[in-house]
Design a protein around this ligand. Sequence first.
Ligand code: COA
Length: 270
Amino acid sequence: MAPIEPVIAPPPPPSTDVFRNDIFKNKVLFCTGGGSGICKSMTEAIMRHGASATIVGRKLDRLEATAKELSTATGQRCITAQADVRSPEQLKAAVAKTVETFGKIDFVICGAAGNFLAPISGLSENAFRTVIEIDTLGTFNTVKATLSHIRQSRGSYIHVSALLHHQGTPYQAHVSAAKAGVDALSAVIAVEEGPRGVRSNVISPGPIGDTEGMNRLAATDPSIRIADHIPLGRYGDKRDVANMAVFLFSDAANWVTGQVMVRPTYSLCR
Ligand code: COA
């Protein structure tokens, strides 16, 4: 059989070229980790379709700058709530501020995460626990703080996970264990809350260009050519993840729950 000539996939169009501009009119998004990176891009895309948003994080200066930028870019309202997802009380206060301001919550993105590269021999007990607390407990705390509102709106969750735990990934024991827990939580929410009209899905972005995580990994080992192992032959773009979030929150995904959106790891054609 003749080898398949690889064709590099073009970057994605903005979701506004695909979905109507008003599909999220009067909807409210609550996004942890929304101050930067992938979660900021998802928030922007959802706001571009008419939603208001609260972005939640630890660094107030960064949150405020992002909220201003997103409001200006989208014409929608974006407020900030300073909270560490490890604190149930701070999250409850962030939810209360959101409901006071917007009256409800329709969509939640559990995106706050912590990561660093370390071999298991170099991970202290506290280092491992810290990432479990941010990623897994932080997701649980966010769900606990928002669930009554999501039940009321018959809304939807997106959890940001990873591909790391689908195989053994060196230097990522803490994050692999933490994200496996996130995937499990989402599946349980999907089956327990589905009868109430609540959906829950996971996006496992894989290698997305121009993000803090990929910049650090690439800098560590320039010989890693991850794009060679991606079927579409290029790094993901933050907009790819944003478009997936728009789809998952849209009515087009009303039958989609309990899913983990994973990119295959190996290319069949290279
Ligand atoms: N290698 C090994 N251990 C590390 C480490 C590394 N590169 N970075 C942090 N740790 C350990 C710390 O030494 C500490 O353990 P110890 O008390 O036994 O020494 C433990 O992890 C907690 O670190 P600390 O920085 O005190 O916690 P924090 O709550 O302030 O911050 C993170 C935790 C994960 C947010 C922080 O490490 C960080 O800023 N990471 C980079 C930014 C990031 O994660 N962005 C998200 C990208 S997905």
